[in-house]
Design a protein around this ligand. Structure first.
Ligand code: NAP
Length: 486
């Protein structure tokens, strides 16, 4: 701060007001990076859901609780006095990008890529075929998908894609209630999954086992399931990682490890493991060409492929897998945002190293597409924080007070971080034995927690004004709190 003041002589430096749209990892890492560079910055984190943490809460699998622990670091950032949280406020519905540009010195778009890349084949929209954003959102209790109501009354499921999301979906479908007891799988979802007659889950890759994008830790985990055996056809496993121009050493090692894991799977004899009734089949060199069935999914037609120059090339030969559920985990995309150019090739906000235009920046999946792990967002945040300091430097725009006035004017009920902590505490207090929390899966139920608290506080404090919350959140009920931007 001393440097900034010195650099500008004796002028008074106004605090820099920054809005970050999206309370997932990329948003929080950007906030942390900004706080380091500009300790007196004011940061407002704007999030469509009442709950923060983005994919940590709604994407990371419910049985991977240790991965979710990173939220504690984000909680510390949110608790910094310079940072305020505006949950239940959606860009495009409650506030526009133009309004944010007016109010803030810099706006950082960190809302991820929340929509499914479509499975664009005949029958791909039949009931029983879902994208991963919807299906994962459903089993993770994301309010946008809590009414998805998928029919899991089937013995056989196809999961399309060879990335970690496909593995998450397959694993959640085959794990036993005991294996999920320490997860935060919503109880209504657990009832559906654990009463389903699923026996065979097919994880389908259009290329080969060496080209699969699974990280080895996630792949290996499938070898140690209580009621499920991984099945791999040894004939589909190459003797070594095929040569590929420019393949980084680290990537080669990952592929080698995966091949070794697949070999260990192929060496297993499912007939020796009859106590494990479920099978997780890896099907390689097969690309989906048609969803089969009448009114709903009855099967998936695949075309056999070979890999040429790193690409899957169809052979014309097809085969069918009967199934009652298809989940495609083939990547994500951004929704259109008024006033923002989406690059048609990459499907992300057009940007140069995170810069969209002077004063508007993007990080995370919104910036680079749906790749990388949680930690990848850290360097995104560092880069954009530096851009903001270089481009904008001094503050001058009104920031938080103007946002609060605008939200009141729009009749938006926002959720402060203290409000979220009350919702969080209610979820944790209601946790079933062994589970970390009982997730509230509807926005109205989250807001009800706050209303109940407020009513109790009003009743026990004579003279208190009903509806006036200590945390400073909006006090106006908005028209339809169950509709969120996706
Ligand atoms: P991903 O790793 O990019 O995998 C996408 C898969 O979809 C690829 O196998 C791709 O095949 C396939 N695909 C794309 N279009 C297809 C089509 N039209 N037909 C058939 N297959 C198609 O993406 P992801 O699984 O969605 O994961 C996103 C990111 O989150 C990744 O970086 C992942 O590592 C990360 N993640 C990490 C964890 C974890 O660490 N535990 C968990 C979940 C997600 P090609 O390779 O042939 O294009």
């Amino acid at each position: 701060r001393g440097d900034r003041v010195a650099a500008r002589g004796s002028r008074i430096v106004m605090p820099l007001n920054v809005a970050i749209v999206g309370a997932g990892p990329s948003g929080f890492y950007t906030a942390a990076a900004l706080l380091k560079l500009v300790p007196d910055v004011h940061i407002d984190i704007i999030e469509a859901l009442p709950s923060p943490y983005g994919l940590i809460r709604g994407g990371v699998a419910p049985d991977h609780q240790s991965t979710k622990a990173v939220a504690r670091a984000f909680e510390r950032t949110a608790g910094t006095p310079q940072v305020a949280y505006f949950g239940n406020v959606a860009l495009g519905r409650d506030v526009s990008l133009d309004e944010l540009r007016e109010i803030y010195d810099a706006v950082v778009l960190a809302m991820g890529a929340p929509l499914d890349r479509r499975l664009d084949i005949p029958g791909g929209d039949k009931p029983g075929a879902y994208g991963a954003a919807a299906f994962v959102g459903w089993y993770n209790g994301h309010p946008d998908y809590s009414d998805l109501n998928p029919d899991l009354n089937t013995r056989s499921v196809c999961v399309i894609g060879n990335g970690n999301v496909a593995l998450d979906i397959a694993r959640v479908l085959v794990k036993t209630p005991r294996e999920m007891a320490s997860s935060d799988l919503p109880e209504a979802v657990a009832r559906v999954i654990h009463s389903a007659p699923i026996r065979d889950v097919y994880v389908i890759g259009r290329r080969g086992p060496a080209e699969a994008k699974f990280t080895n830790k996630e792949l290996s985990e499938l070898g140690a399931l209580e009621a499920c055996v991984p099945v791999v056809d040894a004939a589909q496993l190459p003797a070594s990682v095929p040569e590929e121009d420019g393949l980084p050493e680290r990537e080669r090692r990952r592929r080698e490890k995966n091949l070794a894991t697949f070999r260990s799977f192929a060496a297993r004899r499912p007939e020796d493991e009859k106590d494990k009734p479920r099978r997780l089949h890896f099907i390689f060199y097969a690309r989906p060409v048609e969803v089969l069935g009448g009114d709903r999914v009855e099967g998936l037609r695949l075309e056999r492929t070979r890999v040429e120059g790193g690409r899957a090339v169809g052979t014309g030969e097809t085969f069918d897998i009967p199934c009652g559920l298809i989940v495609s985990a083939i990547g994500y995309r951004m929704p259109a945002i008024a006033g923002l150019p989406i690059d048609p090739d990459t499907g992300v906000i057009r940007n140069s190293d995170g810069r969209v235009e002077k004063g508007v920046y993007t990080v995370g999946w919104a910036r680079r597409g749906p790749t990388g792990v949680i930690g990848t967002n850290k360097s995104d945040g560092d880069i954009v924080a530096r851009h903001i300091v270089e481009d904008v430097g001094q503050g001058g725009k009104p920031g938080r007070a103007a946002l609060e006035a605008l939200l009141r004017e729009h009749g938006v009920r926002w959720v402060s971080f203290a409000d979220w902590q009350r919702i969080d505490a209610a979820e944790v207090a209601a946790a079933p034995p062994g589970a970390p929390r009982r997730k509230l899966i509807r926005i109205k139920d989250m807001l009800n927690i706050l209303d109940k608290d407020d009513a109790a506080a009003a009743a026990s404090a004579p003279g208190a004004v009903p509806g006036d919350t200590a945390s400073g959140s909006g006090d106006t009920e908005r028209a339809d709190p169950s509709v969120t931007q996706s």
